[in-house]
Design a protein around this ligand. Structure first.
Ligand code: HPA
Length: 268
C-alpha cells in the first residue's frame, strides 16, 4: 500500500467518518446515479490528489462513502479507462484507497456489447471470467513478487453466487459469461468481434479487466456485472456509438440497482 493511499484514506475518513468500509462499487457508463442513493459524504476526485480526472461523459468523478441498505460502502462514481490516460494502472490509487478504508470486496459495473444472441441490449451479464485481449497489464513495472497474481477464480465464486441469488430473489434475469477487454476508444471491427467470439467471449468492453487484476493484486475479492447496451459490431443493424451506450445503459441500470440492493441487504 502506498503512503499516498494511506494519506488519502485518512482524508476520506476525516470527512466521511472512521467506520471501515465493507464493499467498494465502481459505476460504469450511465450507471452514475447509484452514487446518489448512498446516504453518505461525497468527496470529489479533484480533492484526492492522484485520482483520475474521469473525463468521459456519462461518468461523474466523485467518491461517495456511506450506507446503502445498511452496509458501509464506497462508491466510485467514475473510473479512468486506459484509453483516456494511456495508463492501464490508472485505477490503482483509488483501489488502494478502498483497501485502506477497510474493504474486503469490490463490485465493478460497466456497459458492454453482447456477442451472444441470447443476451440482448438492456440485459445484464455477470462476468464468469474474462479475456485480456488488450495485452496490457496494470502490474507491469510492479517490482515485487506480488505481481505474479493468480487469475484462476479471479471473479469470486462466492460473490457471484450471492449476486445470482440476489437477482433470483428480485426475479431479474442475470446472464453469465466471459467478458473480453479491448482497449478502445474506437469500437471493435466486425472481424475482431467474430475472432473473439470464436475464442470464447460473450461480451466486449473497454474497462473492468485492469481493475479485476488490481483488485486481486490488492487482495480484494471481486465480481463484475455488465449492462448490455448493444449487440457487438457486425451482429445487428444498429449503429454503435457512445451516445447509444449512454442512452441504453439506464435500461439495465434500474435492474442492476435492484440486484445490488438485494445483495447488500443479504450482506447487512
Ligand atoms: N464495444 C466496446 N465497448 C462497449 C460496447 C461495445 O460494443 N458497448 C458498450 N461498451
Amino acid at each position: 500500500m502506498s503512503r499516498n493511499a494511506e494519506e488519502l484514506a485518512a482524508l476520506v475518513r476525516a470527512r466521511a467518518g472512521a467506520e471501515p468500509v465493507r464493499l467498494g462499487l465502481v459505476l460504469g457508463s450511465g450507471l452514475g446515479h447509484l452514487a446518489g442513493a448512498v446516504e453518505g459524504v461525497a468527496v470529489p476526485y479533484a480533492d484526492l490528489p492522484g485520482f483520475p480526472h474521469a473525463g468521459v461523459s456519462g461518468h461523474s468523478p466523485t467518491l461517495v462513502v456511506g450506507r446503502l441498505e445498511g452496509v458501509r460502502v464506497a462508491v466510485f462514481g467514475g473510473r479512468a479507462h486506459y484509453y483516456e490516460t494511456g495508463d492501464p494502472a490508472a485505477m490503482r490509487l483509488p483501489l488502494e484507497v478502498l483497501k485502506a478504508l477497510g474493504a474486503e470486496a469490490l463490485i465493478l459495473t460497466n456497459a458492454a456489447g453482447s456477442l451472444d444472441p441470447g443476451i440482448r441490449p438492456g440485459e445484464l451479464m455477470l462476468l464468469s471470467d474474462h479475456i485480456n485481449f488488450s495485452g496490457l497489464n496494470p502490474l507491469i513495472g510492479e517490482p515485487t513478487d506480488a505481481r505474479f497474481v493468480p487469475m484462476t477464480d479471479a471473479h469470486d465464486p462466492a460473490l457471484r453466487a450471492a449476486l445470482r441469488a440476489a437477482a433470483a430473489a428480485e426475479g431479474i434475469a442475470l446472464a453469465e459469461g466471459v467478458y473480453a477487454w479491448y482497449s478502445g476508444p474506437s469500437f471493435e471491427t466486425p472481424a475482431e468481434i467474430r475472432a473473439i467470439r470464436t475464442l470464447g467471449a460473450d461480451a466486449v468492453g473497454m474497462s473492468t479487466v485492469p481493475e479485476v487484476i488490481l483488485a486481486r493484486f490488492l487482495g480484494l475479492r471481486v465480481a463484475a456485472i455488465s449492462t448490455v447496451t448493444n449487440m457487438a459490431a457486425g451482429l445487428s443493424e444498429e449503429r454503435i456509438s457512445h451516445e447509444h451506450t449512454k442512452a441504453m445503459a439506464p435500461l439495465g441500470a434500474a435492474k442492476l440497482e435492484r440486484i445490488l440492493r438485494a445483495f447488500l441487504r443479504a450482506m447487512a
